[in-house]
Write a protein that binds this ligand. Structure first.
Ligand code: AMP
Ligand code: MG
Length: 331
């Protein structure tokens, strides 16, 4: 676990224009000084991420929000008061301190206060904003432990802060508050139901089609193994069939199945609680890769509460993979 001296080293690395991987309650982030365009562009190089994909500016508290955006509409203020620190990212109009490198050239900026003591200590010690995407290579599974980051990015990171495994396990919910009505761009750790309870009205259900949000590709969160989604009642038969066809099959076994005699190479027995499923999701995908699976058979959870974020990540993990990205070819 990160010590006070580690926090100081991380803040120093950020001041020197370096890259620091840090824990948040969602996933590990790959951070740089948000006001240093050269440092920000190093994030894109380290991840192999196209420069048009915007990042999230992490700040130490809601009281700093007005330093990073042009204005704070009443809805944004309300959501920040209710959910920060927490897994909610707000899209607002870009303030002058934020270079275009951090927003992928957009005039809007994503901002959030992470709910993790190590992240908050680092942000306070640094004193500025830290812009970060998830600390994985572009398109691949997000890291939820410091070791995942080291395995994934190695020497490309100047300093890794260890804050233990992430509590939430999937990325933040992104809400655009620049328009007349707030809209959910990405489901995440704060549920639509949580947002509606605070706002007092219903929000549109986020689209499940390939989303046209900057920085969101049909293929994302993808393990090395191909991911195939099937109806829950077909998980066992499809796994058996694929195994007979010579695949090394990994199965996400829904909690309703207690059948231990699954004919597959590796099995993940999914937890009943959606919070535990979200917390474990990326680790399960990594584990099946490590066990040598070339195909993962899974089904979508009911799209309520955290089930929306889990289903969104699984759909992307199963999405068509660009052959130009190393490691993402269809097997
Ligand atoms: P990551 O957490 O790695 O997915 O990276 C940050 C995500 O925030 C990106 O994938 C974008 O989808 C989203 N994002 C950041 N800034 C904006 C913005 N100005 N408008 C819409 N989405 C954004
Ligand atoms: Mg990411």
């Amino acid at each position: 676990m990160a010590s006070i001296s580690d926090i100081d080293k991380a803040a120093g690395a950020l001041r020197a224009g370096g890259l620091v991987a840090f824990p948040t309650e969602t996933v590990y982030g790959l951070g740089a000084n948000a006001e240093d365009p050269t440092a920000v562009s190093r994030i894109f190089q380290a991840k192999g991420r196209p420069p048009s994909h915007p990042l999230i500016v992490h700040i130490a508290g809601a009281e700093h929000l007005c330093d990073w955006v042009q204005d704070v509409p009443a809805t944004a203020r309300l959501l920040a008061e209710c959910f920060w620190p927490g897994p909610l990212t707000l899209i607002l109009r870009r303030g002058r301190r934020v270079p275009l490198e951090a927003t992928g050239g957009l005039e809007t900026v994503a901002v959030r206060v992470p709910d993790h003591p190590v992240a908050l200590a680092m942000l306070s010690a640094f004193g500025g904003g830290v812009t970060a995407p998830s600390a994985n290579r572009f398109g691949q599974v997000s890291p939820t432990t410091a070791n995942d980051v080291r395995v994934e990015l190695g020497e490309a990171v100047d300093f890794v802060l260890d804050g233990g495994p992430c509590e939430v396990g999937v990325e933040s919910t992104i809400v655009d508050v620049t328009g007349d009505a707030p809209s959910i761009l990405r489901p995440g750790g704060v549920t639509r139901e949580d947002l509606e309870a605070v706002l007092g009205y219903r929000l549109a259900v986020p689209s499940t089609s390939p989303v046209r949000v900057p920085g969101q590709h049909p293929s994302h969160y993808a393990p090395q193994a191909r991911v195939v989604l099937v109806e829950p009642e077909k998980v066992l038969t499809e796994a058996e069939l694929a195994q007979e066809l010579g695949h090394q099959v990994g199965v996400f076994l829904p909690p309703s199945f207690t059948d231990a005699s699954v004919k597959a190479h590796a099995v993940v027995a999914l937890p009943v609680s959606l919070a535990a499923y979200a917390r474990g999701l990326y680790g399960f995908l990594r584990e099946l890769d490590q066990q040598g699976c070339d195909l993962i058979i899974a089904s979508l959870p009911a799209e309520e509460g955290l089930g929306c974020a889990i289903a969104n990540r699984l759909r992307r993990a199963a999405g068509p993979r660009p052959s130009s990205v190393p490691g993402l070819q269809e097997h």
